[in-house]
Design a protein around this ligand. Sequence first.
Ligand SMILES: *[C@@H]1O[C@H](CO)[C@@H](O)[C@H](O)[C@H]1NC(C)=O
Ligand SMILES: *[C@@H]1O[C@H](CO)[C@@H](O)[C@H](O)[C@H]1NC(C)=O
Ligand SMILES: *[C@@H]1O[C@H](CO)[C@@H](O)[C@H](O)[C@H]1NC(C)=O
Ligand SMILES: *[C@@H]1O[C@H](CO)[C@@H](O)[C@H](O)[C@H]1NC(C)=O
Length: 783
Amino acid sequence: MEVLRPLAGLCVLLGFVAAALATEVDIEAVDARSSYIVHVAPAHAPGLPRRGLRTTRAYGSFLRDHIPADISTPAPTVLYSYAHAATGFAARLTGRQAARLASSSSVLAVVPDEMLELHTTLTPSFLGLSPSSGLLPASNAASNVVIGVIDTGVYPEGRASFAADPSLPPLPPGRFRGGCVSAPSFNGSTLCNNKLVGAKFFHKGQEAARGRALGADSESPLDTSGHGTHTASTAAGSPAADAGFYGYARGKAVGMAPGARIAVYKACWEEGCASSDTLAAFDEAIVDGVDIISASLSASGKPAEFHADMIAVGAFRAVSKGIVVCASAGNSGPGEYTAANIAPWFLTVAASTVNRQFRADAVLGNGETFPGTSLYAGEPFGATKVPLVYGADVGSKICEEGKLNATMVAGKIVVCDPGAFARAVKEQAVKLAGGVGAIFGSIESYGEQVMISANVIPATVVPFAASEKIKKYISTEASPTATIVFRGTVVGRRRTPPSPRMASFSSRGPNFRVPEILKPDVTAPGVDILAAWTGANSPTGLASDARRAQYNIVSGTSMSCPHVSGVAALLRQARPEWSPAAIKSALMTTAYNVDSTGGVIGDMSTGAASTPFARGAGHIDPHRAVNPGFVYDAGTEDYVGFLCALGYTAEQVAVFGSSANCSVRAVSSVGDHNYPAFSVVFTADKTAAVRQRRVVRNVGGDARATYRAKVTAPDGVRVTVTPRTLRFSARRRTRKYVVTFARRSFGSVTKNHTFGSIEWTDRKHSVTSPIAITWPVSQVAEM
Ligand SMILES: *[C@@H]1O[C@H](CO)[C@@H](O)[C@H](O)[C@H]1NC(C)=O
Ligand SMILES: *[C@@H]1O[C@H](CO)[C@@H](O)[C@H](O)[C@H]1NC(C)=O
Ligand SMILES: *[C@@H]1O[C@H](CO)[C@@H](O)[C@H](O)[C@H]1NC(C)=O
Ligand SMILES: *[C@@H]1O[C@H](CO)[C@@H](O)[C@H](O)[C@H]1NC(C)=O
C-alpha cells in the first residue's frame, strides 16, 4: 500500500490539471451530453407499471438521488425506461453524470448508446415447404404465432404480403397484447389487420444522436427504406400472386410462415439503429408477448462483451421468457472472426444461395462471354457491340460522378471497379456522361460472388477474375467492344450453379468472444431474395429514380435471418413445448451440408468447400427439424452458468437480470455449455486433451430409443464419445455423454482449423453436430 501512495497523489494531481484545462478550454465537451444506457440493480429500480411507462418520471427521482447538485446541469433527460429487456433506462447525460452513476452501487453498468447497422419467391419451395404436406400443414402455417420484427418498420399499403387474411382468425392470439400506433404518415387502424398485428416505433435515441427532431412526418412505423418491409414479408408475408421485380423472379411470393402474425418494431432509421431504441424495441416486444423476434442488425466492428452488447442483453431476457431470437450473422465476410450476434442464446444465421440466378452475360468483341448478374429492367441491348472503355482510362476507375469524361464515355459501355459508392450511383454517373451501359467487377475477396441491386442503366456484375480479363482485353485491343445479353430469371438445378453455396459476404467464425461456441449456427437463403418493398423510395434509393416497386430483390444475412424466423414460427406452433434452445437444436442437428450435386456446400469466396465457420451446422431443413430425435436443451440457468464460466462478475451477470453470484457457483467450463455443436481450441501449452459434456433429451415419437455415435474425426484429433450408445426409455428421457478430443502428435496438422462431426443415429433419426478444431498458429506445420 505504501508504494502506491505517491502514484495515487499523482493521479489526483493529473486529474485536477485535466479538469482545470477542460474547464477553460473545452467546457462544452465536459458538459456536452450524449446518450447512455444505464443498467440499474433490480433492488434499486423503481417499480414500473406493466407498460414500462416510458416517461421521464419513472427514473426522475432516481436521477435526483444519484446525481449531486454541482453536476446536475444540464439536467439529464430520460429517453426510455426498461423493465423487460433490461432493468434501467436510457438517458442524455454529461460525461460527469454518467461517471457518477457508474460509480453508484445501485448502478450495474453505464453503456454509451451506439449506432447499430442493418445487415429477400422461390425460397419456400427451395426449403421444401409445401402447403399440402409436411411442416406447413402440421403447424397450421403458424397461425397462432406472432413474429416481432425489429427493423426499419413496414410499408403495408398496397402490399398483398400485409393484407388481411380471411383464412386466419380475425384476432391475433389472445396472449398478444401489442397493437399498432397511428401517426400522420401511418394510420394504424386502416393499415393493421389480422396479419399485421403490431406496428410501433422507437426514435428517441436516434433523435438524440442526430441532435434534432425527426419531424412529425417521419415519426411513425412507416418504412421508408424497404429493409424492414422485406424482412417482415420474408418471415410471414401473406401469399401475393404474381409478385416480381420488373419481370424478374415472377411468381407467387409468400413468407415462410404464411399464417404467422407480424408485429413490427421500428428502431432503425436512415443512420442506423440506436442501441437505446433497439433495446426499447426488445422491451416492448417482450411485454407485447411476441413468440419470435427477428433482428437483422448488430453493432459494427468487433463484437463487444455480452454485457455491453444491448442486442445480446435484450435477446437474453427475451429467450429467458421463451421467445426465440433469430439474428443475422452480418455481412462482413469472408474474413475470419467476423460473425456478429455470437452469444449462445441467439439463433445466428449465415447466408447462402438458392437455385435461381438473374443472368446477364458480358460478351466481348472477340466473342468471349463472361456470365454476370443483373436486375436491369429497361430496353435490352441489341446484339450489336458498342465501344468498351475502362473507367480508369476515362476519368475514374470506380466511375465516380463528375469525374467521367463525357467525350470519352458517350455511346460506350464502361467497366467500373467496386468500392466507395453504391452501384446505382455509379450507373447514374455513367448515364450522365452519356455512357450506354456498365460492367461492374466484384471485389477480389468475394471470389465467384457478385452482388446485385436494382439498375438504372443496362449493366451487369461479373466476378473479380472476369473483370480482370475484361480489363486486359481493353488494354490489349485496338478498338474494344462489348454488349450485354440479358437472360432474365434462370431457375433449376441443371441451369444454375450448385446450390446452396455460401455467400462471400456472409460473416464467419470462429466466435470472436467465445471460440468454444460455434457461430454462425445455420445458413438459409440470403442471396437475391425477392420480397415486399417500400413505396416511399425507389428500389435503387436514388432520388432521380422515379420507380416505385412493390417487391425488390436484395441480398444479405438480413434476408436469411427472417427465413429462419419464419421456420422457427412453424416449429413453435408444431412443437409448443419446445424451448428456444430446443428449436435451435432441432434446426442445427437436422441441417444438411451437401449441395444439389451431392458435394459439400461450396464457398463462393474460395470456390472450394465451405467450413462450419461459414455454414454453421449447415442449411436448415424445416421438415427434418420438426422431428429431430433428441435435442440439446438450455435454459436461463444454463446461460447464467455460461456467463459465470466466462468469468463475469456478479454485477455483469445482473445486467442480464440474474441475481447469481458466480463466485459461489460450481464453475463449469465454457466448452460444457450444452450446445448442439462442438468447437475446441487447442492452445500452445501442451494440453493433450479437451473434454466437453452434453445432455440430450429424447423428443422422438418413441420413448424407447437407442442411438449410436458415428464420429468423423477432424485431422489431428482422436475423438472419443462416452458412452457410444444412448438408451432412452419412458423413465430416462435425458442422457449424458462426454466427448474427448485428444491431440495426435504435434506438427501433423497443416491447417489452422480442422473439422469433423458427431452423428447419433437410431435408424429413424440422425442427430448431427459439427466439430471445429482451432489449432495454435505456432503449431501448424508448414506445407
Ligand atoms: C384512420 O382511418 C380511419 C378510417 O378511414 C379514419 O376514421 C381515421 O380518422 C384515420 N385516423 C387518422 C389518425 O388519420
Ligand atoms: C476529355 O477528353 C477529351 C478527348 O480525349 C479531351 O480533349 C478533353 O480535354 C477531356 N476533358 C477533360 C475535362 O479532361
Ligand atoms: C459472492 O460470493 C462471495 C463469496 O461468498 C462473496 O464474498 C461476495 O460478496 C458475493 N457477492 C455478491 C455480489 O453477493
Ligand atoms: C494460420 O493463421 C495465421 C495467422 O492468422 C496465418 O498467418 C497463416 O497463414 C494461417 N495458416 C494457414 C495454413 O492457413
